[in-house]
Design a protein around this ligand. Structure first.
Ligand code: GLY
Ligand code: MN
Ligand code: MN
Length: 439
């Protein structure tokens, strides 16, 4: 992403902070998977949002209006020996030349330098409660200043939650962000289509998982979360990700998978029959979910409230389940009583961006948030009928369907970023159709 984008974000945040503020934010620490094996490094989304700096052991400091330097980065020093093992580091010169810092210092010098910077300020913008160790360090620096007050040292009077400002900024996606999200959704859509084409009875769920990863990786992308590849009974397990079952003729397969481009996530779910043809019951449930998804997407437009798509999905699912005899009673009462929640037990979507479940408030005061251009959300209604569901005929068991797309709110309505992955019944069956073998 262009450096100008990061400059714009820092400027916007600094404008909101005003003079007298200092923002402090640490990079994500390296996390161990087991013993000395590290997880792949992923920068903290807030830190990435403001810096684009991809290394651990770094701290961002913003001091609006400070003459010598407003944007300071503490980071690792260059180290030829370590770089032989771990790869190149930006170092302080790189932080300035490539990442736009006004000034940069070795991370090891932070205890000596940062208290002096804090001292010049009235308000510390910092998000408490994410990195406990770093919380202690920040509190320690302020206490240190306080203890020196009889030597004339100044102490800031206020701590302000930095995430509050930042997360509202992150909710509105810029053109560059939308472009990254569009790419991410396009790659994930291709991965889903690849999986749909490959799927057949006798394969293991992890073979589908492998297809998804192959498609992500060959576009230089990584998964934005562990893919869910749930066949048969597993289609009804909401957070299933063992992905190790042998898929059978007659199963439905629910695949929830997305990837990241420049740290921007996609999050797509498609559900299809392992053998390429929906059974009558599978198709009936699928079409209810699809109708609900269309109805919900239709409600994504500026001026509508966050909950309008959910209300539309609930109505369509309740009506559909009632038509199929799975719910009984007057529609309005079923909706009011939440009767659908037995089969549709999650909400219809969430914000999406640098995080799959992205930041941003869903309510302002007691009111649902009004949708505005630049916001991106998922629309993902589902129906899950687990085996053994009481009072439900056996023919419906093990049918779990979710259909999920990533939807941008535009000036005039919406744009489905993940529209590249087929979801109409006929399109899916066509993509899965196998050439008929001669007898
Ligand atoms: N993949 C997580 C979700 O759909 O929210
Ligand atoms: Mn989702
Ligand atoms: Mn999902």
């Amino acid at each position: 992403m262009n450096q100008k984008e990061f400059v714009r974000r820092r400027k916007q945040l600094m404008r909101m902070m005003g003079h007298g503020g200092i923002a402090i934010m640490p990079a994500a620490p390296v996390k161990l998977r087991n013993r000395d094996v590290e997880h792949d490094y992923r920068q903290e989304s807030d830190f990435h949002y403001l810096t684009g700096f991809p290394e651990p052991e770094a701290v961002l400091v913003l001091i609006p209006g400070r003459k010598q330097a407003e944007y300071i980065l503490f980071c690792r020093e260059r180290d030829p020996l370590r770089e032989t093992w771990d790869g190149v580091r930006a170092g302080q010169d790189g932080a300035i030349a490539d990442f736009g810092a006004d000034d940069a210092f070795p991370i090891g010098d932070i205890d000596e330098i940062l208290p002096g910077l804090i001292e010049q300020c009235e308000r510390v913008y910092y998000t408490l409660g994410i990195h406990q160790e770093f919380d202690q360090q920040v509190v320690g620096w302020v206490q240190q200043l306080r203890s020196q007050v009889n030597r004339g040292t100044h102490t800031p009077q206020e701590f302000v939650a930095l995430d509050h400002l930042l997360h509202d900024m992150r909710l509105y996606k810029s053109r560059a962000e939308i472009s990254a999200m569009r790419k991410s959704a396009r790659i994930a859509a291709r991965a889903h289509e690849r999986a749909i084409s490959a799927c057949r009875p006798g394969m293991y769920e992890y073979e589908i998982h492998a297809d998804l990863i192959h498609e992500f990786k060959r576009h230089g992308s990584v998964p934005s979360y562990s893919p869910i590849v749930g066949s048969g009974p597993n289609s009804c397990v909401l957070h299933y990700n063992k992905n190790d079952r042998l898929m059978q003729d007659g199963d439905l397969l629910l695949v929830d998978a997305g990837c990241e481009v420049d740290c921007y996530a996609s999050d797509i779910t498609r559900t299809y029959p392992v053998n390429g043809r929906f059974s009558k019951e599978q198709r009936e449930i699928y079409e209810v979910v699809l109708r609900a998804q269309h109805a919900a997407i239709d409600k994504v437009r500026p001026g509508n409230h966050w909950n309008d798509p959910h209300d539309a999905a609930v109505r369509a699912i309740t009506a559909g389940l009632r038509d199929l005899g799975l719910l009984k009673g007057p529609l309005t009462k079923l909706i009011k009583d939440g009767a659908y929640s037995r089969f549709f037990m999650h909400r219809t979507g969430h914000w999406i961006g640098l995080d799959v479940h992205d930041v941003g408030d869903y309510k302002v005061g007691d009111e649902w948030r009004v949708l505005e251009p630049g916001m991106v959300l998922t629309i993902e209604p589902g129906i899950y009928i687990a085996s053994g569901s009481k009072g439900v005929a056996k023919k419906w068991w093990n049918i779990g369907v979710r259909i999920e797309d990533d939807v941008l709110v535009t000036k005039d309505g919406h744009d489905v970023l993940s529209a590249g992955a087929v979801k109409e019944v006929a399109e899916i069956e066509k993509l899965m159709a196998r050439p008929v073998k001669a007898a």
